[in-house]
Design a protein around this ligand. Sequence first.
Ligand code: NOJ
Length: 721
Amino acid sequence: MEERKLQDLLESMTLEEKVGQLVQCNAGQFIANTMEITGPDGEMLPTEDLCRVMGSVLTFENAQQAKALQEMHLTADPKKIPLLLMLDVIHGLRTTYPIPLAMGCSFDDDLMTACADMARKESAACGVHVTFNPMVDTARDARWGRIMETNSEEVLINSRMGAAYVRATQGENLAEKDSVACCVKHYAAYGAGEAGRDYNTVDVSERTLRETYLPAYRACVEAGARLVMPSFNALNGIPSVANRWLMNDVLRGEWGFDGVVISDYNAVGELVPHGVAKDLKDAARLAMEAGCDIDMVKNAYYLYLADLVKEGIIQEETVDAAVMRVLKLKNELGLFENPLHGADEEAEKRLYLCEEHRAIARRAAEETAVLLKNDGILPFSGEVKRIALIGPFAEETRLNGFWSRPGAEKDTVTIPEGIRALMPDAEVIIEKGCGAEFADTDRSGIAPAAEAARKADVVILTLGEPENYSGEGRSRAELTLPGPQIELARRVIEANPRTAVVLFNGRPLVLEELAETAPALLEMWYPGTEAGNALARLLWGKANPCGKLSVGLPRSVGQYPMPYNRMNTGRPKPPPDNRPVPFSSCYLDMPNLPLYSFGYGLSYTTFAYEKLTLDRRSMTGEETLKVTVTVKNTGKLPGKEAVQLYLRDPVASVVRPVQQLIDYRKIELQPGESRDVEFTISEKQLRFIDFNCREVSEAGELQISTGYADHLILTESFVLK
Ligand code: NOJ
């Protein structure tokens, strides 16, 4: 539709119809028309008009339902304004790829693009118009269960992968049937909740906000994301959905965002318990004034927005502007011409779990696994007649992660299936050993598991956290392996030195004892549909691990916050000594550094970093610096390596981090092959936020290194003029 006609449409709408564009309900409520809406005096309000009024719906099941919803609505709505259908497609729709935190460990934006592309095709076929993704909340505290939804503790990775996701999902033209609009979330700093508790308050300075949290949302907006979701948390005292500074000044003002802002689930209503609105009507006023266009589920707008306008408290122009943004999005998606968009049962059948998509999911599961330790037992080699597969995850099907679609476990390639497919002649003995829930205390399976281990040629010991222990509302105070898993590990490792410990979890766990005792330690995260195949291929060397930690793994919860890019102090502890130094910034009872650092990960081959060269010793703001890192595969297998580039600014007007990732690139090298990996550094990458919250670069000496966090090598310096 021509944009001019949208204005005519808006002018033809009643106030009630306008409000309808700004409210969203669940598909279930919509279909059953049973949404319970209570009025100010507790009376039930009539709901028979729901179908006609609602402008958008979230969480539906498939193309058939998408079509039914749209048809129901269009039949009832005299204005024939199509519904927007939204869904959380976080790491794949039907073909599930690894959780976002794992995806960050690939250090590979192209892999993210390939996965996003597959999710886009499946989502479009399902009838999705908007996905609530990417989630780019920089998170450093693994107590927060939603750390599984972010790519990294590092904002650069979140920015690049988030932007790659947006580009791949939205494509060139949203009106194409297989394009899906992105809603970037949770704006802002949701990952910084105090004490790692979900929904908790966030207090960060504007400087830190602009340096560590905002750039990722901004990168997604600049990549074209059409929607933004404010976060649940209060940020410096104001819940995001009521935060005018965040939405009007920064998002729409500074960044020029002209898309739709949609609240998180019930977040407008939560302004009341937050204690900044006296009732739901006040909440509606605050959110609308702050720039929130759509109220997800709580009905504050549905119940009160029209009254607020009639009473002159909210200007009708404010509502009109919000409605116009929603209409424009519908128009960009081509819904006025084709309200069904990509919804297509045939395409669903063709695309879901097709060979091509499985291959992408398998590659992703292989390339996001992080080999933390290997005493040389991996890859398994020699004749393997008997395999003991032990642990609570041995036959688990829920290896997909919190945000996988309901029923995803039915599609999972289990570990026994993966092993049997690769090793058809070997006998696989399965012993659960124990459970992995907090409440699991039964130890009777441990002795039989150790016995099975003793008799086997190799042992695969699966440990971790149940799938629903990470994700929304899943904070933990301890990061140990739940249940008697560590006792199982002790007995099994003692019984057989050819034991590979394989971990399934959605957050960093405390692994200190296993790091000591396990002959090999492989972090699989939640790998998704192709879990079993990917694991078997990794264990037998058909795939070579190449993941690097996108978040450091702690020795203890007491180390948090523990960002790799911690700030300089006046009393630094001299590296690399890991022992306490009196009156320096350290603990008495534990090293400062994580157990495994950000950027760390092993391979079955070895890489030598031979040289780092700069093409100039000084640069102006207009010039660029070419950094060349020469990397050689010195082992016997082909392998991929994430080459990382770090910056250190020894003297600046404000305290700077001890190390800062400024670029990365994933390369593949054959045995003996050497490559010059080139990075082009511009002044923009050297900027930081100064005391006055301005983004600046400052003249002076800067250092560039490679390696990984706290293990930097080949440092060279240059001068920024
Ligand atoms: C709540 C979550 O915080 C958000 O991430 C999600 O997109 C919405 N619910 C919708 O399901």
